[in-house]
Design a protein around this ligand. Structure first.
Ligand code: GLN
Length: 247
């Protein structure tokens, strides 16, 4: 008898941290799982709300402006930090974009010099610079074959510590800090990057990589059911070519 596959997604602070349409990443995960008859549930976790033990398969944390980050950093520290460190150590799948990514690290020092304590589930630190790093971005990821394309808009400059490996290497754009040509970070199954877009609808292979990683954690080795991605792949390739052309 085939076990019904289930995928539980926890979405952090949808009201405070969802700049540049990052909610599109949740929609993509839900759609690409549902098209494969996977039973998907999404829970939205806000300020002061507790997390459920052994429920979540994928944690998603979108981007946000400095002001929102101050608010959620306090909440993470008081209500969620210890539990999420256990989840990261237990190899649960996380995806953080921009402001969410920054708060996966040890700290984010904002443009006013406030040092916001992060979760420390990625060995990275971030300090706001004077200029904003904005524009289309194209990278060579370190964990899947397909190039990833998106849009970045951040003043934060992120530096990787020893435990973290780059999420990708920059082909076009600024990436982590506009200097070392790295973009994002990975540690355990925690993934952080600066790619808005939203990143998952623009890069279906990355969406499937996260879904498969999360399902394998709960159900053991498996392959995802084939779905016809002709249109999705054409859209992805068009976005890649447009980014290359405009560079
Ligand atoms: N406030 C952070 C910065 O400017 C993150 C911005 C974002 O999430 N787009 O670097």
């Amino acid at each position: 008898m085939n076990t019904k596959l289930k995928l539980n997604i926890t979405w952090f602070y949808p009201k405070e941290m969802s700049t540049y349409g990052d909610r599109g990443n949740i929609i993509t995960l839900v759609k690409r799982a549902t098209w494969r008859d996977i039973e998907v549930k999404v829970e939205e976790i806000g300020l002061k709300e507790e997390l459920r033990p052994d429920w979540t398969d994928i944690y998603f944390f979108g981007g946000g402006q400095d002001q929102s980050q101050i608010q959620v950093a306090e909440d993470l520290k008081h209500y969620k930090k210890d539990f999420l460190n256990q989840e990261a150590d237990d190899k649960k799948v996380f995806l953080g974009i921009c402001g969410g990514y920054q708060l996966f690290g040890h700290y984010y020092r904002d443009s006013d010099g406030n040092e916001l304590e992060g979760l420390g589930i990625l060995d990275v630190t971030t300090t706001a610079g004077k200029e904003r790093m904005t524009g289309n971005i194209l990278i060579e990821p370190t964990f899947i074959k397909e190039k990833l394309v998106g849009f970045e808009n951040h003043s934060g400059k992120t530096v990787l510590g020893e435990r973290a490996k780059p999420f990708g290497n920059v082909i076009i754009g600024f990436g982590n800090n506009g200097k070392d040509r790295t973009e994002g970070a990975i540690e355990n199954n925690v993934h952080g990057c600066y790619l808005h877009g939203p990143v998952l609808p623009k890069n279906p292979l990355f969406a499937d990589y996260l879904i498969k990683l999360a399902l394998q954690k709960r159900f053991g080795d498996l392959d995802l059911k084939f779905i016809n991605d002709n249109e999705e792949n054409l859209a992805h390739q068009t976005a890649v070519e447009r980014t290359l052309k405009t560079h």
